[in-house]
Design a protein. Sequence first.
Length: 364
Amino acid sequence: MTVNLLDFDAEGLTAWFASIGEKPFRARQVLRWMHRFGQSDFDEMTDIAKSLREKLKAMAVVMPPAVVSDRISDDGTRKFLIDVGGGNAVETVFIPEDDRGTLCVSTQAGCALDCSFCSTGKQGFNRNLTVAEIIGQVWLANRALGADPKGDRIISNVVLMGMGEPLANFENTVTALRLMLDDNAYGLSRRRVTVSTSGLVPVMDRLGDECPVALAVSLHAPNDALRDELVPINRKYPLSELMAACRRYLEKAPRDFVTFEYVMLDGVNDSDMHARQLLALTRDVPCKFNLIPFNPFPGSPYLRSKTDRIRRFAGILMDAGVVTTTRKTRGDDIDAACGQLAGQVLDKTRRTERRIIEVREARS
């Protein structure tokens, strides 16, 4: 059976090379060719013995997923639609800024968590992405974007904030993270790689033990009653457990704070009272807040908070001494903004079908 070498981190690739009678340094050579140089053709890996190249051609491939479309926003944001087979496609977004280039990567085809304000969740869930499909997004974007005039890679930061819940696809996510951090692959600092989670508490602990990187938590509400509605996983792991998990994670994290993401929904979670509840909730967790103006999508019941309301909400947090940023809406003209990623998902949960029935019943 042909093996896709993009599915292996350094340890896995070394083990596979040993299984075919090859030394560990050969695995390191191939890892560098694949990831550092973006090479998929074994014949172009010129410092590898010809006999090994022939063996690899017979036994293995370097096969990232295919790009279906590549769209560029007026603000420079670039969205790749990536075919992952079986009628599914995921979205990867590159966000250029003056001091960094951030790639937003997907980890699942769809998402099972069904957060009420998120376009991905409304599409339902099909499957976890493989390692090759996760790291392949970085591989493809690196090839497409190239390097800057100094020869440095355009992508300086990676955030696992695209489609899906990364910690619900733990093993494949961690293997991909290890490749991002590996000096023979992408060589990113742990501080420049961020995993965003809706709050899978036991798996947050595993991530801290096995591959601590920067952590962002999709919070979106300051009390359990509201978060149960907006982020249903809260019914299983309520806020008290989530805050305790954040404190434990910081004992091992490369940064000394957690970023709490908070979508601003008009009249839902954006009052002065909510801001004060948020401060009380996070009092014992070193943190920053990232306020996200809601990005509408078809069928959504929510509206974006008014600009003045967001400014007032942020002011309450900042007056209490907490660093607070309001995310600039990027790429919304190509549906690449936060919460808008939808791709194409063959839903196995029948969530989309149920929603259509609910809407019809409400209208009748």
